[in-house]
Design a binder for this molecule. Structure first.
Ligand code: UT7
Length: 338
């Protein structure tokens, strides 16, 4: 080994020994509350059916002054405050979203700019699993020394990409933003991530037409379509084993958890996963979907923010979180609650 490569090896070894944790969490829910009664006529449905089949009572749709950027900033502000840092301290901003309406550039640089950060800024597209992908990236960035504080935002304005006439999605998708700050830590705060994809099922949740087809065939504004039953079965039978692997990777068992915060896709999926994981009956489980709908990348941080704000889960306790959706893609990890 040359002296140069020894120095390189020493430096890398020294910089990969750190820990990471979530130091702040924040959320933003758009002002406009949309009850089931506003949706049912156009899709020949009923309040009872939607509640029973999805658990949703109402959701939020964004309006003026509530763009993807606005909502990201509104969610990030309390997260930074809780972390005790300002935007200028943020070394990187990762925005997980599928509803930022520009092909390029990404939303993240604008979010960084609004918050006063000159750090790295980029978006990731992993749909409902995007936030947990972001937490994994942020954790590795902090642990390897390329950042001291990373802001991870999950944000969606899915109402822009949902057909109000589509029976399979009109009642499910909604808008909002959640944000977490991932910071360097003396103790471990983010467990190993279990993640993966199944591209063979690429089409089961997807934009109806490519931008090129929309343009060349004059197809009109596209929306997100979903083969609901197929996704439901995959989520119920495929995701509990992934969540179990995340527990195993963190070296804990279900009875050591203080919270279960899965992606808010459907309350029946949440309940089925809890049953398969044999979670203790008194464990706090996120059911934010009832009043928030399915906000894709935003759903996990929004649900955690509500539970923290209401004092339902203890700071310093352990939460199992799992995101899953279009791709198909998924990611799960155990985190220490901020
Ligand atoms: O976030 C990304 C991941 N997404 C998910 O994980 C979502 C997964 N999928 C789901 O949550 C569920 O599939 C839905 C909530 C979307 C739909 O529930 P479902 O129980 O799978 O409904 P279904 O499509 O099997 O339809 C059951 C029945 C059918 O009637 P028949 O054939 O039994 O008479 C449908 O025609 O319900 C009918 N139906 C509706 N009725 C009233 C389907 N959609 C509606 C509707 N309102 N909107």
């Amino acid at each position: 080994m040359t002296p140069t490569s020894k120095g390189f090896a020493d430096r890398l070894t020294a910089s990969t020994t750190g820990h990471s944790r979530i130091s702040g969490i924040g959320g933003y829910r758009p002002r406009r509350v949309v009850p089931n009664s506003e949706i049912v006529d156009r899709i020949d449905s009923s309040d009872e059916w939607i509640r029973e089949r999805s658990g949703i009572i109402e959701r939020r749709w964004a309006g003026e002054g509530e763009s993807v950027i606005d909502m990201s900033v509104f969610a990030a502000t309390p997260a930074l405050e809780m972390a005790g840092i300002s935007g200028a301290d943020v070394d990187a901003v990762i925005v997980a979203t599928v509803s930022w309406p520009y092909q390029t550039p990404a939303a993240a640089p604008l979010v960084a700019e609004r918050l006063g950060s000159k750090g790295a800024a980029f978006d990731i597209s992993a749909a409902c699993a995007g936030y947990c992908h972001g937490i994994n990236l942020a954790s590795d960035m902090v642990r390897t020394g390329s950042a001291a504080h990373v802001l991870v935002v999950g944000v969606e304005r899915l109402s822009d990409f949902t057909s109000k006439d589509d029976r399979g999605t009109a009642f499910i998708f909604a808008d909002g933003a959640g944000a977490a700050v991932v910071s360097a830590s003396d103790t471990p705060g983010i467990g190993p991530t279990v993640w993966g994809s199944d591209g063979a099922q690429w089409e089961v949740i997807s934009q109806t037409d490519s931008w090129i087809d929309v343009h060349e065939k004059d197809l009109g504004w596209p929306h997100i379509g979903m083969a609901g039953q197929t996704v439901f079965r995959w989520a119920v039978w495929g995701m509990a084993p992934v969540a179990q692997k995340a527990l195993d990777a963190a070296g804990i068992t279900a009875d050591q958890l203080d919270a279960f915060i899965p992606h808010q896709a459907n309350v029946r999926i949440v309940d089925a996963m809890a049953k398969q994981l044999k979670l203790p009956a008194d464990l706090p489980i996120a059911r934010d979907i009832a009043y928030t709908g399915n906000t894709s990348a935003a759903s996990i941080p929004l649900a955690m923010e509500r539970m923290v704000r209401h004092g339902e889960i203890p700071s310093g306790g352990l939460a199992l979180q799992i995101g899953f959706g279009a791709g198909l893609s998924y990611a799960a990890q155990v985190v220490v609650i901020p």
